[in-house]
Design a protein around this ligand. Structure first.
Ligand SMILES: Nc1ncnc2c1ncn2[C@@H]1O[C@H](COP(=O)(O)OP(=O)(O)OP(=O)(O)O)[C@@H](O)[C@H]1O
Ligand SMILES: [Mg+2]
Length: 378
């Protein structure tokens, strides 16, 4: 799938912008603070319903304006359709696909799939577990409607259960009410975990293969799902392949933590505590990988993400590559660009055009950005 055209109004430092995009490679060159990240952020927001760098929607509205708008024409194997989002200072965000307004933000996922790769993602291995959960969640939520539904249901149940636990801790609610929520927590939670396990296994296979290529076959990358009941830092790998086993472990963990939860007044177990473990030659990459090794792992994982989403949907997502080439050395850069070239729509930003020696990559459009104004090169 790809974005054919993009239009911004009062978005960040863009007053008005209307551009056409190449189905493959689009390069945006500009100095610092000209609007490169803002541009890829807008596409991410249109695709996922939120910015990758802020939770406060009003931040993306151009200073002094009341409303920002992002519009795009998107082409997929199923046809071409329009997408639109309006963000305003005083009202909730509104989304349209093919001219029809969507009821919920979560309904937006799956129309335009995207993968973001920015310098922040280089923290994927060493950063917090929540960053790794977000990684897998966004992947799965974009390709699976069932997963989206389970995530929404789970978070509702979790919230209700937490409210109840809080009241119980303050002796304002009866303890037997908890069983009702436990059942649902286990139901939706196990479905989420089962899907995560399967997806991570597939991503792991692709990641190992790309890693082999990028690292010159010297090192072996393994990626494992680490369900919450194993505890962080655990090297013991469990069999999460069966839904029954997961339900069983979840139920036991819930029983074990019951008294603790009642004291603390909050839910202490569940997929909101899952993690992903990266190992190089069997050693935990969080602890032992050098900077360069971490970069290679992240790069391989990002490529694996593209392959996974591509397989699931039958089309590659649009890749948003913000300022990341300069972070990679020549060899990794070439390996990366060769892999995506000619098959994935890419919006690539850079301060230095020299960073992308892309002569072998077909079809490219190059824009220069100066203070929120774009001009097409060549
Ligand atoms: N709501 C807003 N309204 C107007 N301008 C904004 C708004 N939010 C951010 N900006 C401005 O947009 C400018 C460009 O930001 P952006 O992050 O896109 O730069 P960039 O080209 O990616 O730079 P760098 O190379 O440093 O990453 C910044 O100078 C910032 O002050
Ligand atoms: Mg930037």
């Amino acid at each position: 799938m790809h974005v054919q055209a993009l239009e911004l109004s009062h978005y960040r430092n863009y007053r008005h912008l209307a551009i056409e995009l190449d189905p493959y490679l689009n390069v945006f060159v500009g100095d610092n603070a000209q609007g490169k990240t803002n541009l890829v952020e807008s596409v991410y927001l249109l695709a996922t319903g939120r910015s990758h760098r802020t939770y406060r929607d009003a931040e993306v509205i151009r200073w002094g304006e009341e409303e920002a708008q992002i519009r795009a024409q998107v082409q997929t194997a199923l046809g071409s359709f329009s997408m639109r989002v309006i963000l305003s200072r005083n009202q909730r965000k509104r989304f349209w696909v093919g001219g029809e307004e969507l009821r919920r933000q979560s309904d937006l996922l799956g129309f335009l799939n995207v993968t973001m790769f920015s310098p922040d993602d280089l923290q994927l291995v060493k950063g917090s577990p929540s960053q790794r959960r977000q990684f897998i969640d966004l992947n799965l939520a974009q390709v699976s409607k069932v997963y989206r539904h389970d995530l929404v249901s789970y978070s509702k149940v979790l919230e209700q259960r937490n409210n109840l636990l809080k009241q119980m801790a303050e002796r304002k609610a009866r303890a037997d009410l908890l069983n009702l929520w436990d059942e649902q927590l286990i139901h939706f939670g196990s479905q989420i975990m089962h899907r995560r396990a399967a997806a991570i296994q597939r991503i792991a296979e692709h990641a190992a293969a790309s890693h082999m290529r990028i690292s010159g076959g010297e090192e072996k990358l393994t990626v494992h799902y680490q369900p919450f009941y194993l505890g962080s830092g655990s090297n013991v790998l469990s069999d999460s392949s069966s839904l029954e086993k997961i339900r069983d472990q979840f139920t036991k963990a819930l029983e074990r933590s019951r008294s603790h939860e009642l004291r603390r007044g909050t839910t202490l177990v569940g997929p909101q505590r899952d993690d992903i473990l990266f190992q190089i030659d069997g050693k935990d990459a969080r602890q032992f990988a050098s900077q360069g090794q971490q970069r290679t792992v992240v790069l391989a994982t990002k490529l694996a993400e593209l392959e996974f989403m591509g397989e699931e949907v039958g089309e590659y997502p649009t890749l948003l590559l913000d300022d990341v080439l300069s972070e990679l050395d020549g060899f990794r850069r070439t390996a990366f660009l060769e892999t995506i070239g000619g098959k994935v729509q890419t919006l690539l930003t850079t301060t230095d055009i020299e960073d992308c020696q892309l002569d072998h990559v077909p079809c490219r459009r190059e824009y220069t950005i100066v203070e929120g104004q774009l001009s097409l090169e060549g």
